[in-house]
Design a protein around this ligand. Structure first.
Ligand code: SAM
Length: 471
């Protein structure tokens, strides 16, 4: 599913009837409306008719075939949907461009929940994406990420904090409390290699590429939203002639960290240009230092990568060698890679194969969980560091060489530490590498003439639905 601009939505649910759902919802709407937010409320309606103007409401207009909207005295909109068709109701609601949508009920909707419990309840924690428990005088069971009094002002504050002021606090935070500090942007899906392990950054069938000015606009928006790190990937980013300009612009925006991930085939020719554009940090993919093995894994020429590594070393760039480990292919060559990285004054990053966009059976055949390699490194290391902001990856320092181990598969700690969001080569925001059902069409918005504010809202919507893949 491709999400166009949709406001953040929250369902208020309870584990018991009579828990105070409606009262809480009404109170939260009142507080948010008083604070100037445009709120939409969606309510189930079993009837086909729309409600007539009452004392406190007047009919605004038909909001769609299956939903009707009422403007309430407090300035909020109430949308009544027939049956329980939340998706149509959300489509109708989005047309009013509210800041937030609050729904009553819709337990299984997949929306973030404010769940109300009371003191005798033993709630099932099967609800997906509970962001808060509103409780009456009890400590809630573990599982919710916040516990609030069952008080409209407290719940409204929580909603403002988590969903409405994301961009204004200088940093985006998702509903699991993960700050969004980095963007990994694919600049193309074209590549000059054909690596057997490549996951194509999780892209299935991209529809074209972004133009330079579109890339620059997204970078500026990201910077405005508090993103601090930017990494360009692909496909092969060095195939883009405008890469130098994109890097220069990124540096001018003041990102703390601007990086590129490359296969290194074109690095020697472009090293100086990229350095002069401001690039100081580069990741080079290198699955083997044996020319024959390198060619059979990638289809490319090892000599070109080695020349490229030498060019960036001479320039003084910070280099990280990325090696995906595959059982029976390169898992016995780790010592050689360590020595190679040390000779080249690079860091080494050993990466677990992820099961994404691979040929059928490839993962089962070649995946290894890196535990043996990590054991070997931990025995040889003089020190071990955990990188908090980078998926809690471990870095082993072996005879002065930092070796980072990246083990994402089935690893909730990795997802819990994820601070990055992705932009696909065709300009969609991709909240999680592993999922392609949640894509937010940023480029579509740009091409349709959206304002910066609208595009930022889309960013925030993408952040609001982020959830850990492994938990
Ligand atoms: N062409 C560039 C390159 O080769 O580095 C950039 C694109 S490549 C998709 C970016 C990075 O994705 C690689 O360095 C590698 O670390 C990672 N990668 C690719 N396929 C992977 C897989 N199946 N599992 C884990 N990481 C993978």
């Amino acid at each position: 599913m491709i999400w166009m601009q949709r406001p953040p939505a929250i369902a208020i649910v309870s584990f018991h009837s009579g828990a105070g759902k409606t009262t809480l919802l009404e109170g939260v709407i009142r507080v948010l409306s008083r604070r100037g937010y445009k709120v939409c409320a969606i309510k189930h309606s079993a009837h086909n008719e729309t409600r007539d103007a009452g004392k406190d409401t007047c009919r605004l207009r038909e909001a769609g075939a299956v939903a009707s909207a009422l403007l309430r005295a407090d300035g909020s909109l109430e949308v009544r949907s027939r049956g329980a068709d939340l998706s149509s109701a959300m489509d109708a609601v989005s047309r009013f461009n509210p800041d937030i949508v609050l729904c009553e009920g819709f337990k299984d909707s997949g929306l973030p929940k404010i769940a109300i419990i009371d003191h005798n309840s033993a709630p099932s924690l099967q609800l997906q994406s509970v962001v808060a428990f509103a409780c009456r005088d009890v400590v809630p069971p573990a599982g919710g990420i916040a516990c609030l009094p069952c008080d409209p002002t407290a719940v409204a504050e929580f909603i403002v904090d988590r969903f409405l002021e994301l961009g204004h606090k200088g940093v985006l935070v998702d509903r699991y409390g993960r700050r969004i500090l980095g963007i990994r942007m694919s600049l193309t899906q074209k590549c000059n290699l054909n690596c057997i392990y490549c996951h194509h950054e999780g892209e299935k069938s991209p529809s074209g590429e972004m133009f330079t000015d579109e890339v620059l606009r997204i970078l500026r928006l990201a910077r405005d939203l508090g993103i601090r790190r930017i990494k360009f990937t692909g496909g092969e980013p060095l195939l883009r002639r405008d890469l130098g300009g994109i890097i220069a612009y990124s540096c001018s925006l003041g990102f703390d960290d601007v990086g590129v991930t490359t296969n290194g085939q074109l690095l020697r020719e472009r090293a100086l240009e990229l350095y002069e554009a401001g690039l100081r940090r580069i990741n080079v993919s290198l699955p083997s230092i044996d020319a024959g093995a390198y060619r059979s894994i990638t289809g490319g020429d090892l000599g070109s990568v080695i020349d490229g590594l030498e060019a960036v070393r001479v320039l003084g760039m910070h280099v990280k060698i990325n090696t995906i480990i595959m059982r029976g292919i390169n898992d016995s060559a780790v010592d050689d890679l360590i020595e190679f990285a040390r000779r080249n004054s690079s860091m080494l990053q050993i990466i677990e194969l992820e099961d994404l966009n691979l040929d059928k059976g490839f993962f089962e055949r070649y995946h290894t969980d890196l535990s043996e390699i990590e054991q070997m490194l931990s025995e040889a290391a003089e020190s071990v560091v955990e990188r908090g902001e980078m998926n809690r990856r471990r870095v082993y320092v072996v005879r002065g060489l930092p070796i980072e181990v990246v083990r994402p598969v089935n690893n909730p700690a990795f997802c819990a530490g994820c601070t990055r969001i992705r932009i696909t080569s065709d300009g969609r925001i991709k909240p999680c590498l592993m999922r392609d059902d949640l894509l937010f069409d940023l480029l579509g918005g740009i091409k349709s003439g959206w304002t910066d504010a609208q595009l930022k809202t889309l960013f925030m919507s993408a952040v609001a639905v982020r959830e850990p893949f492994y938990r």
